[in-house]
Design a protein around this ligand. Structure first.
Ligand code: PEP
Ligand code: MG
Length: 538
């Protein structure tokens, strides 16, 4: 009998195959246990063992998934040093509980507390807490390992924690279906990285899965099916064939130049946040990196990255991109992207506050570290740097002055340096309107349409409740875009677009006509856009 339901689609595509339910590897809780002192020392030993396991996984993950995803393992190790957790487990054990039950229950209540927070990132971390405490409890119970079937499979789970997904054979997973999770959860992030269809928040009962012969999911609509009937199966097969054929047809554009029928070249680049993303950019056949959001090197950690860490990350990106141009945006922290260790002031209107280049100009040490790292890495590839949230010419001049000082300083210290063109992100209406002046002092422009739309229309880009008011197609935004390209062309510098609008296929021709010569986007979109450029008559 066919069963069906739906969930939130987080990555498109169709998968049809065998489904496996992922079981957490936790054993039965003990029915007898020792004195509190003995249970406490068992707990401490299990915590140490869990840390050792996670460190091994971290090393493994760095090799297979890259630094960014592996960092989640590190977060879990840190959770095992969390005093609140350790003290509450200790109190439970002293109150007479077994170490295994205390580890599990305290983890569960901490996880529920995180799940109830407003912050999406914190909510998503509740899965990490649950994962870590189950690991400790599992060690105490001697839990059995989860067994995988041979061949390819669709993974169905309540939720998937990073430490679990990391242990899975990535190349054999056709799709994910989870009961929990969100579009920013780890499963969703991994699905995008692995390029596989996935659904979260599925209304599926895990007991129904093991008895099923064929499992299918539609990552376009979010529908899932257990033993679909022939009609549904035929429809899904057709959809899958069409999607596969579309993807395969795009392969014809791999390795090609992005040139219109009239000979206009457009550089199609990728937006990235880490060296691991640079590898994905190369797999997507990106012609360069049009935006490296360097703030990702600052997020999700306890302290400021050092010059050496930044340099290593940039050099890695440069080496991976093999001479293709790379635009590194200097730190754009503030507003929606906060880090505790920076002790940023509380602001009434953070989107209009101390963010982007403003913060860097106010905190020169913070800026110097980044600039030194970028210049040092410039010896390893074609690096460009770009300043976010510029509104005035004097800001650009101040930043460039510091760049010259640092260049001189590094040369005097004997570092080999490459040329590093300096660009301006055009994402405030002010910058767009004075583009002619900025163009005299900048080597290139890249338009951040996400913020440009927000500031032009005075509509918060984070506020989902504003829906259709956030309209990047608004004529005011289009007028600014056109003006920016004109000013760049008149001054003889190049202009690109790195906001979401850059990958909008409906606008590609208009952008080329306006005079844009570079578009930067999620790596998975590049071949699709190249087809549009190559077929274009403009
Ligand atoms: C933008 O504002 O369009 C942009 C590309 O930067 P971010 O989304 O990181 O603010
Ligand atoms: Mg922006």
């Amino acid at each position: 009998m066919m069963k069906q339901g739906s969930g939130l689609p987080v990555y498109p595509g169709v998968a049809i195959g065998t489904a496996v339910v992922y079981h957490k590897a936790s054993g039965e809780l003990p029915t007898e246990w020792d004195s509190p002192e003995q249970e406490l020392s068992k707990f401490q030993a299990a915590v140490d063992e869990a840390k050792a396991q996670l460190s091994d996984l971290f090393e493994q993950a760095k090799k297979t998934l890259g630094e960014e995803q592996a960092a989640i393992m590190e977060v879990q190790v840190l959770m095992l040093d969390d005093l609140d957790y350790l003290e509450s487990v200790q109190a439970e054990i002293e109150g007479g509980a077994s170490a295994a039950a205390a580890a599990l229950e305290c983890g569960e209540s901490l996880a529920q507390m995180f799940a109830s927070l407003d912050d999406e990132y914190m909510k998503a971390r509740s899965a990490d807490i649950r994962d870590v405490s189950r690991r400790v409890s599992g060690i105490l119970c001697g839990g059995a390992e989860f067994q995988l079937p041979p061949g390819k499979f669709i993974l169905v789970a309540e939720d998937l924690a990073p430490s679990e997904t990391i242990q899975l054979p990535r190349e054999r997973i056709m799709a994910f279906v989870t009961q929990k999770g969100s579009s920013s959860s780890h499963t969703a992030i991994l699905a995008r990285t692995l390029n596989i269809p996935s659904i979260v928040q599925a209304d599926i009962s895990l007991e129904d899965v093991p008895g099923c012969t064929v499992f299918a999911l539609d990552g376009f609509t979010g529908q899932w099916y257990i033993d679909p009937d022939q009609k549904v199966l035929d429809e899904l097969q057709e959809k899958k064939s069409a999607a596969d054929a579309k993807r395969a047809a795009l392969e014809a554009y791999r390795g090609k130049k992005s040139v219109t029928k009239t000979g206009k070249h457009v550089l199609l680049c990728a937006n990235i946040g880490s060296p691991a993303d640079a590898k994905i950019a190369m797999q997507g056949d990106a012609e360069g990196v049009g935006l490296m959001r360097s703030e990702f090197l600052y997020l999700g950690r306890e302290d400021m990255p050092s010059e050496e860490e930044l340099f290593t990350a940039y050099r890695e990106v440069a080496e991976i991109m093999q001479g293709r141009p790379i635009v590194i945006r200097t730190l754009d922290i503030g507003a929606d992207k906060q880090v505790d260790y920076m002790n940023m002031p509380q602001e009434e209107n953070p989107a209009l506050g101390l963010r982007g280049l403003r913060l860097c100009l106010e905190r020169e040490e913070l800026f110097r570290t980044q600039l030194r790292a970028i210049y040092r890495a410039s010896a390893y590839g074609s690096l460009h740097m770009m300043f976010p949230m510029v509104a005035s010419v004097w800001e650009l001049r101040r930043a460039k002055k510091l760049c010259s000082e640092i260049r001189r300083e590094l040369l005097a210290q004997g570092y080999p340096l490459g040329e590093v063109p300096i660009g301006v992100m055009i994402e405030t209406p002010a910058a767009a309107l004075i583009a002619a002046d900025l163009a005299l002092e900048a080597d290139f422009f890249s338009v951040g349409t996400n913020d440009l739309t927000q500031y032009t229309l005075a509509v918060d880009r984070q506020n989902a409740g504003l829906g259709e008011f956030y309209d990047p197609y608004h004529p005011a935004v289009m007028t600014l875009l056109s003006h920016v390209a004109q000013c760049a062309n008149a001054a003889g510098i190049w202009a690109g677009i790195c906001g979401e609008l850059g990958s909008d296929p409906k606008l590609t021709e208009s952008f080329i006509q306006m005079g844009y010569t570079e578009l930067s986007m999620a790596p998975g979109r590049i071949l699709e856009l190249r087809k549009i450029v190559c077929e274009s008559e403009v």
